[in-house]
Design a protein around this ligand. Structure first.
Ligand SMILES: Nc1nc2c(c(=O)[nH]1)N[C@H]1C(S)=C(S)[C@@H](COP(=O)(O)OP(=O)(O)OC[C@H]3O[C@@H](n4cnc5c(N)ncnc54)[C@H](O)[C@@H]3O)O[C@H]1N2
Ligand code: MOO
Length: 452
């Protein structure tokens, strides 16, 4: 396991006082490792989990050539360009779920329903509505409406027996659990759920239920972080609001590091004087304090917290780490949890989560799929932007009358203003080297949908 300094030494041009947003992601890729324990879960419990083992098809899907339409199956070799084809239906109707028995000669066809096995020797289906009935009971297919092989689904065209149907690292979405079911499998092997503990810090932060007092604000960060984590599918451990007192902070960090794979805090990472949060992070772990060239979200602390160093001096303070969970399923064999010390401002918390913590946690969950592509939209307004930092503006993407995607900002962009975050459906990403944006310019947007 590499130390913060070792990772830093590997990154070219690493400057903790002026880190580029892209370098934060590179750093975190090296800091965070996927969990190793796995478990087998039923398919209903697999949604949102990450596959820990390839799913190999035990069968082919579909298991036989079959019809994609209600109509008539026939030998498509009889189709001639520019010619109609007249066929005589024979035998009973071929229904889905049972094999059709009988023989079909040239000039004959079989009435067939969607999903029914193709009768032997037949390779083409004409949909019912493409045919006209002749007075003698024959059906007539107009010239050039069909090609040989049309409307026939081939054995294994979705999944072939023995091949990898879903690869390890796949985040199981609704389509994926449906696909697993289509193979007849009731369970899958997934990585165990990642556990994330979080707490808010600051003496001015009120818990819900406390009476308002001058200079104090209600805690909102724990609730946005709860929402972001829950959507991601991790197990959340809420440690409340922790006052800026060394003993309380130490207890919170140690409990978090004992129970969780990752710790998220908000507040206390900038240069404020009353903050014991930074001191405690340094004391209990291997932590870097950054100023990131971005807005919002400039200060951030990242590293590992090691509770056992303190536990030696005070063995009764917390339950034993080893006994906390069965199966030895504590993630960090090395006895440390990854720390994401986010800035206190409510929008800075969300932006740093989306830009950095989310990809890092997905990696911890074992997910191998890359970040979703940014969407390109036309800015309907001018935006001031200084080159040399990444800016994230709250944006509302809409579809214009001509079908193009447009985006506008949602008002006050202050890093404490949550209402403009609520009105947004994405973050406009103004990249590091980018300058001012003029109306009509294309900009990148990181969409929230499906994310937050
Ligand atoms: N001299 C400097 N001052 C500041 C800098 C700097 O670089 N130099 N950075 C500014 C930036 S940017 C941010 S962001 C903040 C981050 O500071 P902290 O992480 O220490 O956060 P706090 O000071 O504790 O809080 C900042 C702000 O957010 C409110 N807050 C905090 N926690 C919560 C919560 N759980 N729910 C709702 N609101 C919360 C808090 O009341 C403050 O208003 O530092 C700047 N200063
Ligand atoms: O960058 Mo601070 O995180 O703007 O509010």
């Amino acid at each position: 396991m590499k130390t913060i300094d070792q990772i830093a030494a590997e990154l070219q041009g690493y400057d903790p006082q002026a880190l580029r947003a892209a370098d934060v992601n590179t750093f975190l890729e090296r800091l965070v490792a996927p969990v190793t324990s796995t478990e087998e879960v039923g398919i209903f419990d697999a949604l949102g989990r990450v596959l820990a083992r390839d799913v190999v098809s035990p069968v082919s899907v579909p298991p036989h050539d079959n019809s994609a339409m209600d109509g008539y199956a026939f030998d498509g070799a009889q189709l001639q360009p520019g010619q109609p084809l007249v066929l005589r239906p024979v035998g009973s109707t071929a229904f889905a779920g049972a094999a059709w028995t009988g023989t079909v000669a040239a000039g004959e066809c079989v009435k067939i329903m969607t999903g029914a096995i193709m009768p032997a020797g037949l390779d083409t289906v004409v949909p019912q509505e493409f045919t006209t009935a002749e007075p003698d009971g024959h059906i007539r297919i107009a010239p050039d409406v069909l090609r040989r092989g049309d409307n026939r689904r081939l054995l294994g065209e979705d999944l072939m027996q023995g091949r990898v149907a879903l690869a390890k690292g796949e985040l199981l979405a609704p389509a994926a659990i449906g696909l697993v079911a289509s193979l007849g499998l009731k369970t899958v092997t997934v990585y165990r759920r990642v556990r994330v503990a979080y707490f808010s810090t600051g003496d001015e932060i009120l818990s819900l239920g406390e009476p308002p007092r001058e200079g104090a604000v209600y805690d909102s960060n724990r609730y946005t972080v709860f929402g972001l984590l829950t959507r991601l599918g991790v197990q959340v451990i809420d440690l409340g609001v922790v006052r800026d007192e060394p003993t309380l902070l130490e207890a919170a960090f140690r409990r978090a590091a004992t129970e969780a794979d990752a710790i998220i805090t908000s507040g206390g990472v900038s240069v404020g004087e009353a903050d014991h949060t930074r001191t405690m992070m340094k004391q209990l772990g291997d932590v870097a304090f950054w100023r990131i060239a971005m807005r919002p979200g400039r200060p951030m602390a990242v590293g590992r917290i090691r509770p056992e160093l303190q536990a030696k001096s005070d063995p009764n303070a917390l339950p034993s780490r080893v006994n906390s969970y069965q199966n030895g399923s504590i993630q960090s064999a090395n006895g440390s949890s990854v720390l994401f010390g986010l800035p206190g401002n409510p929008v800075a918390v969300m932006v740093t989560f989306l830009a950095f913590v989310r990809p890092a946690l997905l990696r911890m969950m074992g997910c191998t799929r890359g970040a979703p592509p940014l969407l390109r939209a036309v800015s309907t307004e001018a935006m001031r932007k200084k080159p040399g930092r990444t800016e994230y503006q709250r944006g509302l993407v809409t579809t214009a009358a001509d079908g193009t995607l447009q985006v506008r900002t949602t008002g006050n962009q202050g890093s404490g203003v949550l209402s403009s975050m609520v009105q947004a459906n994405g973050l406009i990403v103004l990249h590091h080297g980018q300058g001012n944006v003029a109306p009509g310019d294309m900009v990148d947007v990181m969409m929230f949908d499906g994310v937050i």
